[in-house]
Design a protein around this ligand. Structure first.
Ligand code: HEM
Length: 447
């Protein structure tokens, strides 16, 4: 059953409706489950409590770790690449750059800069890893929707999922464990850029729940082995959830903005009110500091551009399946819906209600510039569902928004963009979407 009414969607996602087995089937890894794939709300809330504070807006905005990571990624990695492209008049694929940027951001916050990726600068490694990561995507459907068919196909020796896909999964599993093992070496690091913030927090919280070595050495050793896999599974989810979504959103944001030179000028005017401004190359007399994340967050036009992009191009636009509780439920005027019935809402439909978002298919950032407490804005916020809602809402939403706003601010302070090739810009049909052509070629010009 697909829910398109906001009230029913709020009921389902407010609690009491557990996640469908679709999640562990589709996204489980290391033989275990993560906060995202757990179906039961109790173990989920235990895990979420361990991690929510380090993803809260106030924590992220004042985090010395994220500040060090942001400075490195923006000034040492991203802006030099774009400056070189602008100076040499070379058009570039920003979707590839975005995937590199968001992987570098999220992996550095999870594991620390020395243990995270440097995909922005290491082109061969990023191409290889992104290819291995992406090539498995077309086969997600079988695990999600027809797991029994997979069982039968195996018995009948019909290869629905090719062998290379299993090999790609193995490469990904090994890669994920390697991040964790590297991060272990930095648990006592005092330099903010090196501290593996998320990994450390999760490991320390989970260790408190282990049987002690003195009580039962064997149980302790087994629990430690299991904990290593559970942490790897959790971290892998944050890597994937954190890089694909934000990368796609940034690509569509630049695509939309590239069509409106006047809006780029207006945005730049707003960005130049920041202190310090994010100018590149950094003048020799200045140090490469960034404006406080709170001041970037407070820019109204930048906020409107991000919101409108996430509305029209929600990176997770489709179903988020839940199951109806025992004994029976009423929803959308239907009574006696039996327990365990799969129900879904989807951002794609909620974001296209013309009564809330007039001309919903057009990208109009300024619709978000109405007074904050106006009834229209309240209604738009109520229908905005890019990050889901309730207890299973995206834990990384603040990180995603902070990283996106900083990146857009850094780019449009220094450059203008225009479209060279946007073939295949429309979204694929998947749980997390991206442009069908897997690319967007833009020209950058120094302002
Ligand atoms: C623009 C960027 C992002 C979008 C649009 C997005 C969207 C979402 C949505 C819609 C959900 C709910 C999924 C469902 O119930 O089926 C979700 C959950 C989740 N997201 Fe994000 N996400 C983004 C970025 C991130 C980042 C940066 C991270 C981590 C670093 C992250 C980690 C997670 C996790 C762990 C969950 C599961 C939360 C739970 O079950 O309690 N996401 N995200």
């Amino acid at each position: 059953m697909l829910l398109t009414r906001n009230s029913a969607q709020l009921t389902v996602y407010a609690g009491g409706f557990e996640k469908h087995a679709w999640y562990p089937r589709a996204f489980g890894s290391y033989g275990t489950v993560s906060m995202f794939t757990m179906t039961g709300s109790k173990p989920h809330s235990v895990r979420k409590r361990m991690l929510s504070n380090i993803y809260s807006k106030s924590y992220l905005q004042s985090s010395p770790h994220l500040n060090a990571i942001s400075r490195t990624i923006i000034y040492d990695r991203l802006l030099p690449i774009l400056h070189e492209a602008a100076s040499s008049k070379t058009a570039i694929d920003v979707h590839e750059i975005n995937q590199a940027l968001t992987m570098d951001f999220v992996s550095a916050y999870l594991f620390g800069l020395p243990s995270g990726t440097n995909f922005l600068q290491d082109v061969p490694l990023r191409r290889m890893m992104l290819h291995i990561y992406q090539c498995r995507k077309p086969f997600e459907f079988y695990h999600q929707e027809v797991p029994n068919l997979l069982g039968w196909a195996r018995v009948l020796r019909i290869p629905l999922i090719p062998k290379w896909c299993d090999e790609a999964n193995c490469v990904m599993d090994t890669w994920g464990l390697k991040f964790c093992d590297n991060a272990d070496k930095y648990l006592t690091a005092t330099d903010p850029g090196s501290e593996p913030v998320v990994y450390k927090q999760l490991k320390q919280s989970m260790e408190k729940q282990l049987p002690t070595k003195e009580e039962d050495p064997e149980a302790n050793a087994q629990a430690l082995r299991q904990m290593r896999l559970e942490i790897a599974c959790e971290m892998f989810d944050h890597l994937t959830a954190g890089h694909e979504t934000s990368a796609a959103a940034l690509t569509w944001l630049y695509w939309e903005l590239s069509k409106y030179p006047d809006l780029q000028r207006e945005l730049r005017k707003e960005l130049l009110t920041l202190s310090p401004t994010i100018v590149y190359p950094v003048p020799t007399t200045a140090s490469p500091d960034l404006p406080h994340p709170r001041s970037i967050d407070a820019l109204p036009l930048l906020q409107a551009i991000v919101m409108e992009t996430l509305r029209l191009h929600a990176p997770i636009p489709g179903i988020q399946p839940r199951v109806t509780p025992y004994p029976a439920t009423s929803l959308c005027g239907y009574d006696n819906i039996p327990p365990n019935t799969r129900v879904n809402a989807q951002a794609y439909s909620l974001h296209r209600n013309p009564e809330v978002f007039p001309e919903p298919e057009t990208w109009q950032p300024k619709r978000w510039l109405k007074p904050h407490d106006s009834p229209e804005m309240e209604e738009m916020r109520r229908w905005f569902w890019a990050f889901g809602s309730g207890g299973r809402m995206c834990v990384g939403s603040n990180l995603a928004v902070q990283e996106m706003k900083l990146t857009v601010a850094a780019i449009y302070t220094n450059f203008t963009t225009s479209i060279i090739d946007d073939t295949g810009i429309e979204a694929i049909d998947a749980y997390t979407v991206k442009p069908k052509g897997n690319k967007l070629i833009l020209k950058f010009e120094n302002v």
